[in-house]
Design a protein around this ligand. Sequence first.
Ligand SMILES: [Zn+2]
Ligand SMILES: [Zn+2]
Length: 194
Amino acid sequence: MPSCIVCHLNIDENTDSHYACDNDHPVHKYCLTEWLMHSHNCPLCSDPYPQSLIVQFKDYMEKKEQEKQVALDKELQKESQIKMQEVANKIVFLKFIDKMEQQIEEEKYNEVIEKLLDQYNESSVDDGNLNILFLLGKANFLKGRYDLAINFLFKLVKIRFNYPDGFLYLGKAYEKLGLKDKAQWAFDRIKEGK
Ligand SMILES: [Zn+2]
Ligand SMILES: [Zn+2]
């Protein structure tokens, strides 16, 4: 029993549809169908398959091509949807940060801190989360909770050394607690970060 040069399984000449190149290299019909998507030459001897044979598979190959295109389009659509969602999320987040900054200006510290803590993610180190950490530090500082401010701001600058405003409020909080050396240390980091 001959075996197919694509899948290497036997070809039952009575039941399996099959073809061969001019050098008589046998191949299952369904294997050849897949193969013709890649090449019009025999995978074994590289001789071109006769045009008459390729024509038989033309419709199928066109259909496959179309399916591939549809799948690709869907993939692209999904990708752009995800991107748009990301942009939308970013805008929502920036609006949130704006609002928090505005409420800090309005001295609504407790309200701001509560909302920031809702959004704060202990395990994330992305820019948004660092922004939240900074505002938590700033709001606590302005509220007079210097210990908590130091807590948040220290967490922040440990993740992102280059955060001058973080060091600024950290220094101010140390200063308020009379920790002059530590305050100086923080203020010195501002210059380094810049
Ligand atoms: Zn096969
Ligand atoms: Zn061949």
